[in-house]
Design a binder for this molecule. Structure first.
Ligand code: ANZ
Ligand code: ZN
Length: 804
């Protein structure tokens, strides 16, 4: 036999004919939902990263399959989004057309991988059957008050001509095109992720997820425990509340600072300051988030309002400033300025010549920080002081404890064409009216000019826009924005198991049995957004009564990134891309897949190397040798080779463990060792026990099956089995056999190795070893006429007899 892509095709055909991977809902009690992150149908087609994700997750899934689980490993496409639209703008090819072509191509490629997959469950987010329910989800959230509209300064990318979510802005630039992001006021749709902020942090501890990902989520949600403190503005009979995490520094406050957009700004600015303040506020609005963030380190600008607030405890008069480094969206949008202890406040105070007061310092004798210049709180350590001061404020009703979150509501409107239309109608009389559920889907029209000009492309499509109000039948217009594609992907795992359901997004009973997802495998780059959104949607649907669980993904693993041979990220322009298809054609899917397993730690990835394919090709060659021209029985007895048998049990144990832990490289190394040992046994000829050897081959093939499914099937058939190896059970190891029943010891006489001795492994303690060795026929000749001075025993390794 010679393994090649032909063998892949042969088995893929058989599997399909036998419907081998059909998901059997009758065995739902044994279900295992294995979810590889679905892919974006891009023009680059299936690249090596997909292979690494899908091919290797399939190894894990196949192990579970052979262990008796009913594996559900569906495939689908995250098919809406900007790249298809940008491609269309460049080439004139309609996004629907290019997306469909890419999907067709990628489906073929995916099938060539030979995955456990029931293709009946395929879905694509850009199909009406899918986005109809994305729209329904929107309506349900809207009804529940979890989707709302507000005018808000939003991140605007002047180059992509679109609003960006905070998560799509990295250090002030657009994630996609790196242009500097500016601000723009638009009426937008939001999902109220903040309604679940506490739970979104708290539930992380239940999850079997990488710690780093949990940390990123926690950081993104950004919970801060602190205190609200009220400062009164007696002249204006106003009260300003600040949020601080350092209430211990309350006696060090020398000014208040508020965000330029704060609604009280106009009121606080005294008449003679109004003009300047107005100018400052206008200028600040023009600043991008990036400039204001940079301001946090460098230039602190601000302007005095003319007003003063009163310190709640000392009654000192504190000037109120408007500054660019205070953000409206966090806390109360007002900060107590403590230049003695906060770096940003310090920079600001220096620039505006404001007093700087130290209130925490070292106390002479004790070498730890304590409060100073803080009246009756002097001498307390900051931690205690926080409690005492908070108590004092609470008693006098001047403040109280509070928790703030950095998380913002999720902005879901996109001024883009290639996405799910938002099912809302604007009526001059009734306002925003939801599209009635039985009128869904609101179909995305094909005939639209989507060249960006700052407006939603759908706005220019009259046939789409004009509609009658569902409530009063007056002429009305549709919402022209589409949904962020992260909305599509925030619920796809709920649709997969019931993808053909035409009356509802999913059957509740079924979905509650099928989920949570047992194992989710996908890239780290989604650590912040996708996981957070999917978790939010799951919690919202639970509270709306559709789901009986609140976390979608029980276990999560991130695959590493495969780089070009030069160690750089693969890209066409660098000419360092590796095309999976070419390898599959030449060597077969299993060789390519094993090369990926062999070459990298799954979670780490690394630089691609042709050598991996060569190593695996040689390995496959050696494997094939094991199966051909078996020697006849040369062993008189039916005894098995102890050493080989122990190795078999150890390899079964290790391969199982290694696959379970996604350490595929170690699993392959184990199989290589077994392969070599089998080869040696066969080559030696002497004492060859054929039934024993065939038994070992059968185990070998079963162990190989998850890693190289086509090859394993072929080898299985050479062992004269009719059935698929995937109808077989995963081999078990016998813990008793992990240890050799006989152990090989080196016999030394006066420190020189003379013989090898096979001793029963039960012989362990020094006295027993000594007794057995000295009585052994093999040893006697050395002892003749000599006196044994002492016997040195290194357990399970060597015996050294010192003679005189
Ligand atoms: C006084 C103080 C003294 C502060 C000190 C810090 C250090 P985290 O930990 O991220 O929650 N702050 C509050 N609201 C703000 C806003 N809207 N824009 C910018 N800064 C704001 O940060 C909480 C701290 O950030 C708060 O505690 C406040 O400054 C500032 F030595 O109050 B602090
Ligand atoms: Zn109306």
């Amino acid at each position: 036999m010679n393994y090649s892509v032909k063998i892949d095709k042969k088995w893929q055909k058989r599997w399909e004919e036998q419907s081998l991977y059909k998901f059997n809902k009758d065995r739902i009690a044994k279900k295992l939902y294995c979810l590889p992150m679905f892919s974006y149908p891009s023009a680059d087609k299936l690249h090596i990263g997909h292979w690494f994700n899908y091919g290797l997750m399939d190894v894990w899934s196949r192990l579970k399959w052979m262990q008796g689980y009913e594996v559900f490993q569906p495939m689908g496409f995250d098919a809406f989004g900007l790249p298809a639209e940008n491609y269309a703008i460049k080439t004139g090819i309609h996004p629907r057309l290019s997306t469909m072509q890419n999907i067709d191509f990628m489906r073929k490629q995916l099938k060539a991988m030979g995955l456990i997959c029931d293709w009946d469950y395929e879905l694509s987010t850009c199909s009406k059957e899918y986005y109809r329910f994305t729209q329904l989800l929107f309506l349900k959230l809207y009804e529940a008050g979890l989707a709302y509209q507000k005018e808000a300064p939003v991140n605007w990318c002047p180059s992509c001509q679109t609003v960006l979510a905070n998560e799509q802005v990295t250090e002030g630039s657009c994630e996609r095109c790196q242009s500097t992001v500016t601000k723009k006021n638009l009426r937008q749709w939001f999902f109220k992720t903040t309604a679940y902020q506490a739970e979104l942090v708290d539930c992380l501890k239940e999850l079997d997820w990488p710690n780093e990902t949990k940390r990123i989520q926690t950081h993104w949600i950004g919970r801060s425990e602190g205190v609200y403190v009220k400062f009164s503005v007696p002249k204006l009979q106003q009260e300003l509340t600040v949020f601080t995490t350092r209430v211990d520094t309350l006696y060090g406050v020398t000014f208040l600072a508020m965000a330029p957009e704060h609604p009280l700004v106009a009121q606080l600015a005294l008449p003679e300051y109004q003009e300047q303040v107005k100018q400052y506020v206008e200028a600040a609005k023009e600043q991008s988030e990036r400039e204001r963030m940079a301001g946090a380190l460098g230039d602190k600008t601000g302007i005095f309002t003319g007003s003063y607030a009163e310190h709640p405890l000392t009654k000192e008069q504190l000037p109120i400033y408007i500054t660019n480094y205070v953000l409206l969206g966090y806390g109360t949008g007002i900060v107590m300025g403590v230049p003695g202890h906060d770096q940003r406040d310090a920079l600001f105070a220096k620039q505006y010549k404001l007093p700087i007061k130290k209130v925490v310092g070292e106390n002479g004798e004790q070498e730890r920080e304590v409060l100073i210049n803080s009246a009756e709180f002097n001498g307390l350590q900051p931690k205690e002081a926080k409690q005492h001061i908070a108590q004092e404020l609470a008693q006098r009703q001047l403040g109280g404890p509070g928790t703030e979150y950095r998380l913002r509501d999720w902005l879901v409107s996109r001024q883009r064409y290639w996405g799910t239309p938002i099912p809302i109608i604007y009526c001059p009389a009734c306002g925003a009216v939801p599209v009635p559920e039985d009128e869904l889907p609101v179909v995305l029209p094909d005939d639209v000019s989507f060249t960006p000009d700052g407006e939603s492309p759908l706005k220019k499509c009259q046939t789409f826009m004009s509609v009658n109000c569902p409530k009063c039948n007056a002429s009305a217009t549709r919402e022209a924005d589409t949904l962020d594609t992260f909305v599509d992907s925030a619920w796809y795992f709920l649709r997969y198991p019931d993808n053909k359901n035409n009356s509802e997004p999913f059957d509740q009973k079924l979905i509650n049995e099928m989920l949570p997802v047992d194992m989710y495998v996908g890239g780290r780059e989604h650590a912040a957004m996708h996981f957070l959104y999917a978790r939010f949607i799951t919690k919202a649907l639970r509270d709306l009564g559709y789901l009986n669980f609140g976390e979608p993904f029980r276990s999560l693993i991130h695959q590493g990134v495969i780089l070009g041979t030069d160690g750089q990220k693969m890209s066409k322009s660098k000419g360092n891309t590796v095309s999976p298809d070419q390898y599959v054609e030449k060597y077969g899917a299993d060789v390519f897949r094993m090369a990926l397993m062999f070459g990298f730690a799954f979670r780490e990835g690394g630089a691609w190397d042709e050598g991996f394919v060569r190593s695996i090709t040689r390995f496959v060659g050696r494997m094939e040798q094991l199966f051909c021209e078996l020697p006849g029985q040369t062993s008189s007895e039916t005894i098995v080779n102890q050493k080989l048998d122990a190795l078999r049990h150890r390899v079964i144990q290790k391969v199982t463990q290694m696959i379970e832990r996604f350490q595929f490289n170690n699993a392959i190394a184990q199989l290589m060792e077994l392969c070599t040992a089998l080869g040696n046994y066969k080559a030696a000829g002497a004492n060859f026990n054929k039934p024993f050897y065939r038994e070992l081959l059968a185990d070998f093939v079963r162990l190989l099956a998850p890693l190289a499914p086509h090859l394993a099937e072929e080898l299985w058939s050479t062992l004269e089995h009719e059935n698929s190896v995937f109808k077989e059970q995963w081999p078990n190891y016998d813990p008793k056999k992990l240890e050799l029943s006989e152990i090989e010891w080196a016999l030394q006489i006066n420190g020189v190795v003379r013989q090898k001795l096979l001793l029963d492994s039960s012989i362990a303690n020094k006295e027993d070893v000594e007794q057995v060795v000295l009585a052994s026929e093999k040893v006697k000749p050395y002892l003749a006429g000599k006196q044994v001075l002492k016997v040195i025993v290194v357990p399970k390794k060597l015996v050294n007899i010192v003679l005189k």
